[in-house]
Write a protein that binds this ligand. Structure first.
Ligand code: HMG
Ligand code: MG
Length: 308
């Protein structure tokens, strides 16, 4: 079990976008610095979305510029890839202003969620994505894709697998380098994950897929394990278990990065990530946000005398 695993740290974006307490860009930058220091190699910095809709992500252009400036000055490793969310042409224009070289488009597998999240139908969202892709290709910017509510929608209930497979294929066809499949409200169980991935692998190479689990009902690590056994090697997580989605009631808690790293290391997978530092970041974030975060390893700490 020595395959290379990719962990995409979404705390500064997916994590903070749902917090009541809004952090200024200095605090967001501090969080990103701490994550880089802990060994995270892919970090989502922010989102070029409307600050009327998501005030927590305001000033993402300024934050991204600062991050890239520090990277150019050698304060962040050149290996680290930073990314931001982009919903439409206006968002892509902001991405270009920021100088970032990787962005993520984000759609949904259920109509009501699409409407509530990005104010358009799924079909309309793909028209916007195509426009964003054209701009990105012209400017040689890498694009990741997200598909939320792949297992369940807070408004429509269970989501049909065939529809999810069709949407993943459509996103891959757009030219994204990876599709992140999201269990936005944390309802999936390993059987469902296996069933979806077995259908999907007939149509799409699974090395193009990342899984994005929420721990709302305690199934996220079991879902990671099921995905891993079917060949998935990319997982999204957020330090401390920060996050959720402002348009999905009850979507509390992305899978915590320290819980994910602890399990993967325990499976014998090499990851150059410092769990102790992640635990310190969780404590720092709790102070900043004035609330307790849900990660298990963060609460319990590492076992004594451990070499993790
Ligand atoms: P809209 O209101 O439909 O946009 O919003 P519009 O085109 O009608 O324009 C209305 C106003 O918004 C205009 O300004 C535009 O310029 C402005 P005005 O003329 O009134 O002054 N506008 C923008 N401003 C900043 N950035 C933009 C932008 N676009 C238009 N990009 C929009 C459409 C998508 C912008 C809006 O619905 C929005 O910002 N939604 C928030 C989306 C979001 O961030 N959701 C959380 C993401 S989490 C998620 O999707 C799940 C995920 O985390 C995975 C998982 O957990 O499952 C990825
Ligand atoms: Mg999420």
């Amino acid at each position: 079990m020595k395959d290379k695993i990719k962990i995409i740290e979404v705390g500064p974006r997916d994590g903070l976008q749902n917090e009541k307490k809004i952090l200024d860009i200095q605090a967001r930058l501090e969080l990103i610095k701490k994550l880089a220091d802990a060994g995270m190699k892919r970090i989502e910095v922010g989102a070029f979305v409307s600050s009327v809709w998501v005030p927590q992500m305001a000033e993402s252009i300024e934050l991204t510029r600062e991050v890239l400036k520090l990277q150019a000055a050698g304060q962040f490793s050149k290996e680290i890839r930073f990314s931001c969310l982009v919903p439409n042409v206006r968002g892509m224009e902001d991405a270009l202003k920021s100088g970032i070289s990787e962005v993520a488009i984000f759609g949904a597998c259920s109509e009501t969620f699409s409407k509530k999240n990005i104010n358009c139908s799924i079909a309309e969202s793909f028209i916007r994505f195509r426009q964003v892709m054209e701009m990105a290709q012209y400017h040689k910017i890498k694009v990741r894709g997200y598909l939320s509510t792949a297992f369940g929608c807070p408004f429509e209930g269970r989501v049909n697998e065939t529809r999810v497979v069709r949407l993943v294929r459509a996103m891959v066809k757009l030219g994204v380098f990876e599709v992140s499949i999201g269990d936005t409200i944390g309802v999936a169980t390993p059987k469902q994950v296996e069933s979806l991935l077995k259908k999907l692998r007939r149509m799409v190479n699974l090395n193009k897929i990342a899984m994005h689990f929420h721990d709302t009902r305690g199934t996220s690590l079991a879902n990671v394990y099921a995905s891993y056994n079917l060949g998935i090697r990319a997982f999204d997580s957020s330090v401390g278990g920060l996050g959720g989605c402002p348009y999905a009631k009850g979507a509390s808690g992305n899978l915590a990065t320290e819980d994910l790293v602890y399990m993967l290391k325990g499976m014998g997978i090499f990851l150059n990530i410092d769990i102790e530092k992640l635990i310190q970041i969780k404590k720092w974030a709790e102070e900043k946000l004035e609330r307790e975060l849900p990660s298990r390893v963060g609460k319990a700490g590492l076992p004594e005398k451990s070499t993790y």
